[in-house]
Structure formats: C-alpha cells, structure tokens
Design a binder for this molecule. Structure first.
Ligand code: ATP
Length: 539
C-alpha cells in the first residue's frame, strides 16, 4: 500500500481530522493551547543565526563589532520590508519621487551639513581597562543609586536625564570627578572605573579617495542618507518639474562609528535607512509634521508593529539634533531593551537646503546656518502662493532598516504549546514580509511522478511574482513543517500519492494539501486553482 497522506506524518502538530478527506475539506482545529511572544533578545538572536537570517560580520575571523551580515532568509525579509516601505511611500502617493545617491560624499557636503562639527557623541575612557564608552550609555546603564549620585555630583535633577548628560559634557573636569565619586562601574570589568573627562568623538568614517593619501583627498561615508537628497534637490526639481509640497525618498546604507555598538542589530556601525525628505512651504511644516507622524504609525501597524507598542517621544529642546526645530521619536518596546528609538520624524526647518545653498543672505532663512562660500547652486523653488523663490522647510521621517527588522521579528516570534504538549516556534510574519511565501514539498522525494509535479507547481507559483517559492525536499515532512513555521512561511503545499492518482481516494487526483502556518488547518486545493488561491492570500 502507498503511504498515507501528509496528515498522518506530521508528528509534532497533528491537526484533528474533521471528516474524511474530501476535496475542499478543512482539517479544522489548530491544536494550539497557549501562545507567548518573544520575551528576550537571546531567543531572537538564536533563531536568526540558526535559521539563516542574521550572522555576525567577518565571523570566521572572530567577528567585527557593529557589523552584521544578512543570510539567505534575512536578505529576503529585508528586501520585502524595504519594498513595503517603497510601495507605501513612493508608489501609493502622488507627491513623492525616489533617489539612490552615492554613499561616499564630498567633504564639503558633510562640512556644510554641520556633521563635521557636530556629529559627535561624548565619550569617556576608563584609564584602568583602556575601554571607551559613550557617556550617556555608560551612565544610563548603572544602578539607579549610582545614576542619582552622578546627577547630584553634577548639580542636576536625576529626573531630567538629558540635562544630566548635557551638564557632564559642559563641565568635563567636574564630570570626571562626579563619575568616579558616584562609583560608576566599567561594564567590561564590573569594577569602579578611573574615568577621564568626556570628549566629543566624531562618528563619521573617513576614507581616502584616489591614489594620493594627502590631507585633502578624502571623503566621508555618509552618516545618514538624507544629505544625498539635499544635494540632489535641484536635480530632482529640474528633471521632474515638481512643485511644493513634494518629497524625495531613499533607502540606503549609512555609516556611524558608534562608540559602543550593541544589542545585536539595534546599534550597528553599518546601517541601512529608509528616509523621506518632504519639502513644504514655510508655515505649513507643522501640519505636515503631524501628517507624517500619523502616516508612519499606520505603516508600522501594517508591518505587524502595533501602535500600542510604540510611544511617541516629543524630543526635549536640549536633546534635539543641530538641524531640528522639533522631532518626534517613535520608541518601540523591544524585548529585553525596553522602549528605544525605531524611527525619528524631524522637522528640519530650512536648515539643510539653507546650509547647502549659495546666496544665503538673499533668501530670508529662518534657521541659523554657517556661511557657505563653496556651493555653486541656489536651492530654491517657487513658493506655491507667491511664486517667489523660497527655501522650503523639510519634514524627515527616518527609519532604520535594521531596527525595523528587529521589531518585525520580535512581533512575529511566537511560542505555542500544542494540544499534544509539544512546543512550536512560529514566526507570524505578515505574508508580504515572509522570506519564503510557499514551500512546495514532495511527500516522497525519490518518486519521480511526485517530484515532477512538485517541481512544476514550484515553477508555476514562482512565476506569479509573489516572492520566493521554495522546492523543499530536505527532510521528512514533520521537520519541513517545523522549519517553515520557524522561518514564517505562510503556506506549505504538499504533493502526495493522491495528487498523482496513486492514493486511496481518486477524487483527490490533481489536488494538493495546503497547510496554513498560523491556524495549522489543511485544505485540499485543485492544482488548477492554486495560483488564484495563493494570489488572493499573498498579495
Ligand atoms: P540613537 O539616538 O538611537 O543613536 P539617532 O537619533 O542618532 O538614534 P537618527 O539620526 O534619527 O538616529 O537616525 C534615524 C534612524 O536610523 C533611527 O531612528 C534608527 O532607526 C536608525 N539608526 C540610527 N543609528 C543607528 C545605528 N547605529 N544602528 C542601527 N540603526 C540606527
């Protein structure tokens, strides 16, 4: 007798059979008893490595701190996430253009953007261990009584942490004494450190350009993608005839020589950003700021990151970046880390275009900018009402791809205890994000009549353009299901003996079993209807 269909082979998650397996029958009942989300970063890190989402960069040489590589499934998830962002922010709007600017930029760009002078974090060294830390991170991670003593030592209230950091930076000698007197410990040694005075540390990576290594032939790896948008503002306006308001979107790598990269892909030195610079008439900026706040929250929701897990921080004045009039930070509740920034939505006023334009004096700029005698372009656009040239205000929603990956994975990670007591890990990713959309599994990998049909189904589904479809014959079916639950594959399609007319039930010829990742329900679907079935569910 031929082996029975897939249902009897599942092992770890046998669904209850509602009735005899006839075409179109659902095998009802999920068999699930309890469900819990990811509660620690370790669980996620372990899954990411085990299943090929994310690896430490340069791992075979001991790893490079702050650099990560995205593996076979990581690259798919990342591409899907970026595509979802592009779809919503470029294709589904009528006021956006796209751009892909170069990563290495002219020194003058980063000088006039203000980054050369101000893109720095305060750092302190421990003379005993020779370890270097970002001041605010070092203090924030101490025990509460130590933080309180630091605040007292520098004469600030512990309730206002940004003010404590600002005071430490402003009074370096007193800061060093305050850190030592408060007993601030070195996270490396666990001992109280002998702390130096805080010093600014510029986080931009420099690189030489061309064969001569003299002082003038260097450029910077951009620390944010934004500057490529500002320097191309005139090109985009001239080539598209855009009028205000409109935006330019870009996804790309940015580089920050973080003093203390940490928490997996949360704080890295090579990161990717999805940024919009939205140009609007001065005076309409606050309204557009609110618009983008709402638009971004609903995008996160559509990726499976609910509003209840995001707090909106109206960044205090003393903590604003040098270009910002007002910034909302979206703070997501990461497992283990708690609320940390996932996206910043800044009102950059007319600072950036004002800094990069020539003839600054004639343009009535609102922001305080440094004099620019290097730029050869006038970065203005006609005002929508007066038609007079104006430097527009800019609203910038800026999200990190890596932090988005971490949030999406955290939300999707679920542990379920099944009725039979066994446990499964399942990544409940939204289908549009899933790295593999469908796994096509031949029940017997050495039976040509089955593998031929399975390969044809794989090829046909692949042509639908829904994303990656995988021909899966790497193990027994129970293991295949377990693997695809863990990597978030929404549907597994099994080709069995019934499919090829060699089972017990002739009515099942030319049908396959489709298993739903979340409900565990299994349905017999005609091969001829499979494309539409998938299209409806995976769009
Ligand atoms: P933080 O305060 O956490 O250092 P930031 O305020 O410097 O972040 P922005 O300059 O506003 O960050 O950058 C926009 C987005 O880019 C952030 O919201 C974050 O998602 C991402 N991002 C910034 N720095 C890093 C980093 N080192 N690693 C990963 N993502 C980052």
């Amino acid at each position: 007798m031929e082996p029975r269909t897939v249902l009897t082979l599942i092992g770890f998650c046998v669904p209850r059979r509602a009735e005899k397996s006839r075409l179109g029958t659902f095998f009802s009942g999920s068999g699930k008893e309890t469900t819990v989300p990811a509660n620690s970063m370790e669980e996620l890190v372990s899954l990411c490595k085990r299943r090929g989402f994310i690896f430490q960069g340069s791992e075979i040489y001991g790893g490079l701190q702050g650099f990560y590589d995205y593996g076979p499934l990581g690259v798919e998830l990342k591409n899907n996430l970026k595509a979802a962002w592009w779809r919503t922010n470029v294709y589904e709007r009528d006021d956006m253009e796209g751009l892909d600017a170069s990563i290495i930029m002219h020194r003058q760009v980063l000088r006039h953007s203000g980054h050369e002078a101000t893109f720095s974090d305060p750092m302190v060294d421990n003379r005993k261990t020779k370890k270097r830390y970002r001041l605010d991170h070092l203090v924030k991670d101490q025990k509460a009584d130590v933080v309180a003593k630091v605040a007292e030592g520098i004469g600030e209230s512990v309730e206002n942490f940004p003010a404590v950091v600002a005071a430490l930076v402003a009074n370096p000698a007193r800061a060093s004494e305050a850190l030592i007197a408060a007993g601030v410990r070195d996270p490396f040694s666990g001992e109280v450190g002998d702390w130096t005075e805080p010093k600014p540390f510029n986080m931009m990576f420099r690189t030489t350009i061309g064969p001569t290594a003299d002082e003038d032939s260097f450029g910077y790896l951009r620390p944010e993608t934004a500057q490529g948008i500002f320097t191309n503002f005139k090109n985009v306006v001239d080539s598209t005839s855009r009028r205000l308001p409109f935006g330019i979107a870009q996804i790309g790598k940015a580089f920050r020589n973080e003093i203390t990269p940490r928490n997996f892909i949360f704080r890295v030195r090579e990161l990717e950003q999805m940024e919009i610079e939205f140009f609007c008439a001065p005076g309409t900026d606050e309204e557009w700021h609110q618009h983008w706040l709402e638009a971004r929250l609903s995008w996160w929701e559509a990726q499976g990151v609910p509003r209840e897990k995001i707090q909106i921080l109206d960044v205090p004045k003393e903590d604003l970046a040098h270009y910002s009039k007002r910034t909302y930070d979206l703070m997501y509740d990461y497992p283990t880390l708690g609320y940390e920034e996932i996206e910043g939505i800044a009102n950059r006023s007319d600072y950036d275009l004002g800094s990069h334009t020539k003839a600054q004096g004639e343009l009535g700029l609102v922001a305080k900018v440094e004099e620019n005698l290097d730029s050869i372009a006038k970065l203005t656009i006609p005002h929508p009402e007066t038609n007079k040239p104006v430097v527009p205000f800019v609203i910038e929603p800026s999200a990190g791809v890596d932090r988005a990956m971490l949030a999406v994975l955290s939300e999707a990670f679920t542990k379920e205890t099944l009725e039979n007591g066994s446990e499964r890990i399942v990544l409940k990713l939204r289908p549009h994000l899933a790295p593999i959309k469908v796994a096509v599994i031949p029940l017997a990998r050495n039976r040509e009549e089955i593998t031929t049909v399975a390969r044809r189904i794989k090829a046909d589904l692949q042509k639908l353009g829904l994303g990656r479809v995988l021909y899966e014959d790497s193990g027994n079916i129970g293991k295949a299901y377990r693997r695809h639950d863990e990597v978030g594959t929404p549907y597994c399609v099994t080709v069995d003996f019934d499919t090829v007319g060699k089972g017990e039930d002739a009515t099942l010829t030319d049908t396959v079993t489709v298993r739903d990742r979340d409900t565990l329900a299994q349905e017999r679907v005609r091969i001829s209807e499979l494309a539409n079935w998938m299209r409806e569910r995976l769009r």
